[in-house]
Design a protein around this ligand. Structure first.
Ligand code: SF4
Length: 344
């Protein structure tokens, strides 16, 4: 079977035992054929936990009045990233709640400093903004926009109060791609009531989008989220979706997200074994990390040591080429035919 013909069935997404091992191993082979043993290493800094959205699965939603809100000092972040970042880091992702004030007053100055002082590739994950702000971020020096569609079904998207509407989110993905951004998206696995058929739908949607990457995160019932008392998403289904995505899109960048470790003790390393090819070191200052309430205040922080240990344990190695450079150079890493041959 040619790889571009692959599309997962619901049975693939719920596979266990030998069938699951085979699925993951095929995905890992495709990733290695495409990217070698190289894994992109980026840093993330979380700049603001103010958010004007109200997602039911997130503790930073605007109606959570208990959360102490912060906007980080960009001079401090810049200093840390310029002088003290781990040597393996080639890119930085600047992430925040949907907070246009932080974008204008903190993120833009931070990007300008980083662009002037470093060769870091710059990604941003800042929500649905105006076309004018997208342009300003791009002019300042960011080139990758991370905007997750979260849920591939419009009715569930609305039910879980994801930002705006699914159509609006998709229009923004399109708009960003048309304007020269390298766009990465993502979706959640295991929200209450989601079935394998819903996950197939999210994968169907992902493959129609103009993306360079896509993350898949297990649902974690976060503190102060409306869904705090719900059961977590199934880590096996999450990993199976990652493997399926790798088989569908050999050249996309698929991160091993830190939530995999919350879902399961060995989840992060299993992600690397299921076709992931990017890791993220968290460099958010200690004093505000706990308030960036994606999941829990006592977060499992992916430090340099943990990330590099996971890569090494899987026989992988940090990529010397940065992610933004790789996109800019249109790298396809290895001839697609090599990846195709794995599937025949
Ligand atoms: S998931 Fe993002 S957009 Fe939604 S409430 Fe949380 S920070 Fe805001």
């Amino acid at each position: 079977m040619l790889i571009q013909d692959y599309f997962p069935t619901a049975a693939d997404l719920t596979a266990s035992g030998v069938a699951q091992l085979n699925l993951h191993s095929r995905a890992a082979q495709v990733a290695r054929a495409q990217f070698g043993r190289q894994v992109f290493v980026r840093a993330v800094v979380e700049v603001s936990n103010f958010c004007r959205e109200n997602c039911a699965y997130c503790g930073m939603r605007r109606d959570n009045r208990k959360l102490k809100r912060f906007r980080a000092h960009y001079e401090e972040l810049a200093e840390h990233l310029i002088h003290h970042r781990p040597t393996s880091v080639t890119d930085v992702n600047i992430q925040g709640g949907e907070d246009p004030i932080a974008v204008r007053e903190f993120v833009l100055p931070l990007i300008r400093i980083l662009r002037r002082e470093t060769a870091l590739g710059i990604s941003v994950c800042l929500g649905t903004l105006s076309p004018g702000l997208y342009r300003e971020l791009q002019s300042a020096g960011a080139s990758i926009y991370i905007i997750k569609f979260e849920i591939g079904d419009a009715a569930q998207y609305s039910k879980f109060k994801a930002p705006g509407t699914l159509n609006e989110r998709l229009r923004h993905i399109q708009l960003l791609a048309e304007n020269g951004w390298f766009v990465s998206s993502g979706f959640i696995v295991g929200l209450p009531g989601q079935t394998p058929r819903d996950l197939v739908k999210s994968l169907e949607l992902a493959r129609t989008l103009p993306l360079h990457g896509c993350s898949i995160s297990p649902f974690i019932p976060g503190e102060d989220a409306l869904l705090a008392d719900q059961p977590p998403g199934n880590p096996d289904w999450t990993l199976n979706c990652m493997a399926a995505l790798r088989l569908m899109r050999p050249d996309w960048v698929i991160p091993a997200v830190s939530a995999l470790n919350l879902a399961e003790k060995d989840g992060y390393r299993r992600g690397l074994r299921a076709g992931a090819n990017m890791v993220t070191i968290n460099l958010t200052p200690n004093d505000v990390r706990g308030d960036f309430l994606i999941y829990k205040r006592s977060r499992f922080i992916m430090t340099e040591e943990r990330v590099l240990a996971a890569i090494a344990a899987e026989g992988l190695t940090p990529s010397k080429q940065g992610l933004a450079d790789s996109y800019r150079n249109g790298a396809r890493h290895a001839p697609a035919q090599t990846a195709l041959s794995v599937m025949t």
